[in-house]
Ligand binder design. Structure first.
Ligand code: F6R
Length: 241
């Protein structure tokens, strides 16, 4: 694990964006695994700046997002489809057909999840997987569990995740109770993993992931076994290391 600590969240975001930019310079047709949530916003902002400056291009990139809420329409103001359009895709030259986000409204969610796994494999696997981390140590919506789930799956969100995500919704009652999430296998098969964590409320999860045993109750701890994982932290998130 490579631990990089910066004074401010924006710097952690810029540094993570540079890792992604370097990936695109090395391999313009990279398969990127992308994340939503507050933490990657500075990363996407920096990538847009690099794109507008003509430093990087997304014209050959293929992307697979980590997760989506079950039952939420892609145009819903809180959907991860919409988040990605607003934070990144509408501002860079991604090809629409190269963008993939799990379908939380599929009639057969399990079949759609399996198809998502197969599509990633057919694309050659993920070159660089961007992750945030939940306060409970989740990556994607791989919630604390007695084991690591390999494939894309439907999952019940824990009370802690529902509470953390209520800030995006009118009320906690409107936060979906389930999500479709990429499993641990494609994340661990990604050639490079870049995890961003900022703020004091992530310090405990970061400590457990980095210093604790590999334990499915802290799903991010599996990244200790990844050969090229980078934790991009600000001082607050790194405070307990
Ligand atoms: C989002 C995702 C989640 C978030 C995590 C942290 O696609 O998979 O694991 O990365 O919940 O969210 P923020 O960054 O909002 O604290």
């Amino acid at each position: 694990m490579n631990i990089h600590v910066y004074d401010r969240p924006e710097q952690a975001g810029q540094a993570a964006a540079l890792l992604i930019a370097a990936q695109l310079l090395r391999k313009p047709h990279s398969v990127l695994g992308l994340a939503t949530g507050s933490s990657p916003i500075p990363i996407y902002r920096s990538l847009i700046v690099l794109y507008q400056a003509g430093v990087i291009s997304f014209d050959r990139v293929v992307s697979y997002n980590l997760d989506e809420y079950v039952g939420i329409d892609p145009d819903h103001v809180c959907s991860y489809h919409r988040f990605m359009r607003e934070q990144l895709f509408d501002h860079v030259n991604m090809r629409p057909e190269a963008i993939h986000v799990p379908d939380g409204k599929a009639a057969d969610l399990a079949a759609a999840a399996s198809a998502y796994d197969r599509a990633i494999e057919t694309a050659g696997g993920i070159d660089l997987q961007l992750l945030g981390i939940g306060r409970n140590g989740h990556i994607g919506f791989n919630e604390p569990n007695s084991h690591f789930v390999g494939g894309c799956h439907v999952t019940d969100l824990t009370a802690s995740t529902i509470e953390a995500n209520q800030r995006f919704f009118d009320s906690i009652d409107n936060v979906p109770r389930q999500a479709v999430s990429l499993g641990i296998t494609p994340i661990m098969r990604a050639k490079t993993v870049v995890l961003i964590a900022t703020g004091a409320d992530k310090a405990q999860a970061v400590k457990a992931a980095v210093r604790g045993p590999v334990d499915p109750r802290v799903q991010a701890s599996i990244l200790q076994a990844h050969p090229d994982a980078h934790f991009m932290l600000d001082q607050e998130a790194a405070a307990l290391l």
